[in-house]
Design a protein around this ligand. Structure first.
Ligand code: GLU
Ligand code: MG
Length: 442
């Protein structure tokens, strides 16, 4: 950006009452990180970036000394938004740079690379990302976590209109904040677990949608704290309740501005086939915690119907399949609320492009309710289950060369090391369930 453009931008922000910039990036875990800078730093932020100690950021693999120890979050001017819940502060999303070059292991840069590969073929991907989340509170006396609203106790709480108004203060504050920050909020509802809600906002270009999700998380954390509760994107806080998905509604569009229609269902098929073919490796990116695999369960779950997919299948409006197809788009139901949206979206594009390159076919549509069909019948139809643990998903990711290329070797290694450690730490932990089951048994 030229000095004149940057100065013009600074003056217009000043006129809006902005005095502080919050530069935000997303670490490997999908957690928002950043720092505050006075507005006069705008030009430096846009041209060089704000500096951070590289090794202090999860997943960079950067050393402690030398030029490559410094991580720069370089502001993307198109993302500047005033944050209504922090008056005078505007958020700007940063892209990772190291030693003056785009940093290959920055999740947003990883997604940028895949978006560029799509654009080379004349396409762009639009995403509608649907966050489900819990509002929780921790009992000070017992230390137990539970819904922030203790009266939220219906057997089937989906769309419940008695519990919803009790959280209206938080939900309306969230909606107002997101709308004032430029997002189009479409709906808010009570989901199928106690203390669980969903907010939907309009679909957008892949990169922008991921930025919007991170903005939503920033707003929700702060506003929930102000309402005295904890905003949680843990995939499955309660074994006897459904978990939180982060479904991606996916459509492909031409980059040519003269051509305004989304690609049709037939053109989407090989892309979908690629997503199905790489679903085991994608699991690690889209369902990246040990807790994620309490959500993606094959067979009876303690929460009954979880609405989370467990099988690699696609079907028209089939919510029990991994891909629910709808006219002109499909819903990728794999991701859960703990996913780093940039990495999940980058993996999705790489998998879809591989399907196109290899002219894969997604096979026949599944019209069965897979939550009802006996496991033996599902297997007999050749429908594969998803990995059932983080360790299994990591092995599948390690074996997937298409996803490895998309992530780049630094990020792939960092991701696998982090996630395998997490799986190991979990495996070595002794839980209350084990004590209850075994302590007095033998
Ligand atoms: N909570 C479900 C999941 O974990 C999804 C419910 C729905 O279809 O909205 O994917
Ligand atoms: Mg939902």
């Amino acid at each position: 950006m030229t000095p004149t453009d940057a100065q013009g931008l600074r003056l217009s922000l000043e006129a809006e009452g902005i005095h502080t910039l919050l530069v935000q990036f997303t670490d490997l875990q999908g957690v928002a990180k950043g720092k505050l800078l006075p507005l006069h730093q705008l030009e430096t932020l846009l041209n060089e970036g704000a500096g951070f100690a590289g090794p202090s950021i999860c997943g960079t693999g950067l050393g402690r000394t030398g030029a490559r120890s410094e991580y720069y979050a370089r502001g993307d001017a198109s993302t500047l938004r005033a944050l209504p819940w922090l008056p005078g502060v505007a958020r700007i999303v940063g892209d990772g740079f190291v030693d003056g070059q785009p940093f290959d292991a920055c999740p947003r840069q990883v997604l940028r690379r895949q978006v560029a590969r799509l654009a080379e073929r004349g396409w762009r991907l639009r995403l509608g990302i649907e966050p489900e989340f819990f509002l929780l509170r921790r009992d000070a006396a017992t230390g137990h976590w539970g819904p922030a609203d203790p009266t939220d106790r219906l057997d089937k709480p989906s769309y419940d209109l008695k519990a919803l108004p009790r959280q209206l203060g938080f939900l309306q504050a969230l909606r107002g904040a997101l709308e004032d920050a430029g997002l189009t909020v479409l709906q808010l509802d009570h989901e199928d677990a106690h203390g669980q809600y969903e907010v939907n906002f309009a679909h957008d270009e892949a990169l922008a949608s991921c930025d919007h999700l991170m903005l939503f998380k920033l707003a929700a954390h702060t506003l929930a704290e102000r309402a005295g509760c904890v905003f949680s994107m843990m995939p499955k806080p309660f074994a006897n309740q459904p978990g939180s998905g982060l479904h991606f509604h996916v459509s492909l569009w031409p980059t040519d501005p003269g051509d305004s229609d989304a690609l049709g269902d037939d053109e989407l098929r090989p892309f979908m086939a690629g997503v199905l073919a790489h679903s085991a490796g994608l699991c690690a990116l889209a369902a990246p915690t040990v807790n994620s695999y309490k959500r993606l369960v094959v067979g009876e779950s303690l929460s009954g119907t979880s609405w989370a997919p467990a099988f690699v299948a696609h079907g028209p409006n089939n919510r029990s399949a991994l891909l629910r197809t709808l006219p002109g788009r499909f819903e990728w139901r794999l991701p859960d609320a703990s996913a780093n949206p940039y990495l999940a979206a980058a993996g999705l594009i790489a998998a879809g492009l591989d399907g196109i390159d290899r002219r894969l076919d997604p096979g026949p549509a599944c019209t069965d309710d897979l939550f009802d069909l006996p496991l033996a019948k599902i297997r007999a139809r050749g429908i594969a289950p998803l990995p059932q643990s983080l360790a299994e998903a990591c092995d599948a990711l390690a074996a997937d060369s298409v996803l490895a290329t998309a992530l780049g070797s630094t990020l792939q290694q960092q991701f696998l090391a982090l996630k395998r450690d997490e799986a190991l730490a979990y495996a070595r932990h002794v839980s209350t369930w084990e004590l209850e089951r075994y302590a007095a048994l033998f």
